[in-house]
Design a protein around this ligand. Sequence first.
Ligand code: URA
Length: 424
Amino acid sequence: MITAVDVIRTKRDGGELSTAQIDWVIDNYTRGEVADEQMSALAMAIFLNGAGPREIADWTAAMIRSGITLDLSEVGKRCVDKHSTGGVGDKITLPLAPLVAVFDVAVPQLSGRGLGHTGGTLDKLESIPGFDVNLSEAGVVKQLKEVGAVVCAATGDLAPADKKLYALRDTTSTVESIPLIASSIMSKKIAEGADAIVLDVKVGSGAFMKRLDQARELAETMVRLGADHGVDTRALLTDMSVPLGRTAGNALEVRESVEVLAGGGPADVVELTVALAAEMLAAAGQPDADPAAALADGRAMDAWRKMITAQGGDVDAALPVAAETEEITAESDGVVTGMDAYAVGVAAWRLGAGRARQGQPVQAGAGVEILKTVGDPVKAGEPVFRLHTDTPERFEAAKESLVGGWHVGAESAERGPIVLDRLS
Ligand code: URA
């Protein structure tokens, strides 16, 4: 007979969990028979002692089986999904999904909400008046057939074990574990039923993985899990030491994404959007497609307008703006030599763009505008950041989080490469 206490003890003492133990614990946790405190102890034991490839594969398979698997065969196109491990200013899904849909590839982006310092795609899109993130399975299939791209909330029936476990990990400091992250992401993605998955594995201060070797191990683990389940899975390792683009915050990031779709926008956001689109299109059998052209000539913008309209959003409505702004200025002349993604993410969160607990509302207009980033010259007294919030009492805490998070120096500086490595 398997008991929760035995399973926890096995992992606590550095042992290997059997397939039967893993199946039992995931099934009983999903049904509420294993208590949250028992699962917390097990998550911490895995966090501290790790898990081997067979255990990770079994854990992922059990989480997939905890719920339904979407059937996207009716869509009649190649379905390719992208997932980012989470970062600051990471708005890439917004321009990327419609861009890839231009090429008659279906992009089902079942996304999450922000928690802590990393933003959530659903929170960003909900800043567009009228936009609805709650679609039924039939609604997802219909929109993929007609529009090609959908960005919506994952239903509670997809990998429900992960939904419970992720919330628990968030409150027990057990998120940053390679076995737990890999199984969490891949169970949801595989249950979504896409033919191929492209992973954007972030590395740096604003990411869960701070070092390249950790990020590579996470990416390799996820690529292997995808292959085990017959899903073509590729990964890019990308820099998250500096925020992506010039904004972190919900409506602020939508505005920047629309600039990218209009053929402009920050160079790093454009570069990563095109790199991920090329990977997705290659996985869909179109290695020679030219996503940069579709972004520059307005075809991706047309697809964006269709996608937003299909989900009830008013593409022409003004986006919400925060009630108050405040600027942070440079104290000396020089060049911006450092801009820490984590510091900016925490500032945006404290301004009201993010939530401390699941279920809390977020402010659509809150966040940080980065007016000068790495490599930009700046003069004493010139603004480097513009902070936005509806609740000005938050300014002080946001400013505190930026102290030491950016630097102006005499030497020149350049933003390093965005794409650091590729795995398939
Ligand atoms: N994103 C997820 O979906 N799960 C994790 O564990 C971490 C990031």
